[in-house]
Design a protein around this ligand. Structure first.
Ligand SMILES: [Zn+2]
Ligand SMILES: [Zn+2]
Length: 135
C-alpha cells in the first residue's frame, strides 16, 4: 500500500501513516455506536509510531470492557472521530475508516462485540465474529 492518508470533515485535522495495516475490524460495542452516532465502528489498526497527525484533536477517555481506558480522539470543530487508542492494545492506533481519503482497499476481517450489534446489521459471512473482545 502506498500509505494511509485522511482527515476530518472540516479539514482542520489531517493525518498520514507509512504503515501496513495490522488489522481491519468492525466493533459493535455500544460505546463505538454512541461515539460514531452510527450502527458500528470500522477501524484500521496501525503501529502508533507510524501516525503523523496535524491539527488539534480533543480526546475523550472512557474505560472499555477490560476496565482499561480507550482514548477516542476527535476534531473539536466538526466532531469527526479520527483515531483511538486502547490501553489494552499498547503501541497500536486505530483509524476510523470513514476518515480515510481512499477507502477502496478497506476489507474488515473480523467483527467484535457482536452481542450488542444492532439486529438489522448483517456483514459478510467471511468475517471472523466474536461475541465480545477475543483474547
Ligand atoms: Zn474537523
Ligand atoms: Zn467498540
Amino acid at each position: 500500500m502506498a500509505g494511509i492518508e485522511g482527515g476530518c470533515l472540516c479539514g482542520r485535522v489531517r493525518y498520514s501513516a507509512d504503515a501496513e495495516p495490522a488489522f481491519v475490524g468492525v466493533c459493535h460495542c455500544t460505546d463505538c455506536q454512541k461515539f460514531g452516532g452510527s450502527a458500528f465502528a470500522t477501524m484500521v489498526g496501525i503501529p502508533a509510531t507510524a501516525l503523523r497527525l496535524t491539527g488539534a484533536v480533543k480526546t475523550f477517555s472512557k474505560p472499555g470492557d477490560s476496565g482499561k481506558l480507550i482514548h477516542r480522539r476527535f476534531c473539536p470543530e466538526c466532531g469527526s472521530g479520527i483515531v483511538e487508542e486502547a490501553d489494552a492494545l499498547p503501541g497500536m492506533t486505530m483509524i476510523s475508516v470513514g476518515t480515510l481519503d481512499d477507502r477502496s482497499w478497506v476489507r474488515p476481517a473480523s467483527q467484535i462485540y457482536c452481542d450488542s450489534a444492532q439486529p438489522w446489521v448483517r456483514l459478510g459471512e467471511d468475517l471472523r465474529s466474536y461475541a465480545k473482545m477475543p483474547n
